[in-house]
Unconditional design. Sequence first.
Length: 281
Amino acid sequence: MVEFGEQLKKAREAKGMTQQTLAEHLYVTRQAVSRWEHGDRYPDLITAKKLAAFLDVSLDDLLQADEMKKVAERNPIIEKPFMNRILMILYACISFSFLLTAADIILRFPITSAAIDYSDLQLIVVNLLGLLIQTVVFVCGFLWAFKGRLTPKKTGVSIAVYFFSLCLTNSFRIPAPGLDGKTIVMDLLLIVPYLAGAIATFQYFYKAKMASFLYWTLIAVSGWEILRIFWTVYANIRWASEFVSMNTALNFLLKICISLLIIYQTWIMKRKRTLAVISNE
């Protein structure tokens, strides 16, 4: 079977054009065309159709059936430059915010350590560890997005580790013996959804499983996180008579953005895979 890159190079040379000429017509860089021809990357399906039309060949001649799937699985989930810039800005803001929060905990610890008991110390350490894990996740996401290498597999690892870190920080509230059933259920709701999200993310993005229940699990878990944040704010105002501080509000806003981003990436991945299947028919 002739690979896409070989077919593209053959069709381009048959038209007597250079990589630069082809790149200018498609409004991409020459390096992008070179990566396509070497098999390092694939164009998205819309660009592939433009390629086929411009080179006077059929899409089937350029892309074989199994290569249609590679287009969806090898390329970054978010390929549009504008959306990718927004993604990088969001990743940078989240990383900076989490890093500042972690630094604040570390710097304030010597001042408050005298009034902290052992259980509080455990909570601080677990929360700090969770923040550091999340910071590393989003710094890596920013770097991958900047280099145009935030593929579904890397996205899957990032989101799965993020969900796992939420399990880690919330697991400190695993119910102790003697708690009533309602408290046990409420505490488990802080752990089980994120554990399910981590498993579903790994299967959906990294293993490229297309089962509908994985898609809806990710949507549901992300939606649950958004609802939980709104409920926390409401509960503080309604029963504790406390207004949310600016720092806490910013943290909540960024977590909502993370959940919306996960929903968006999940939907885009589903759309790409669906287009790949339709193109094969």
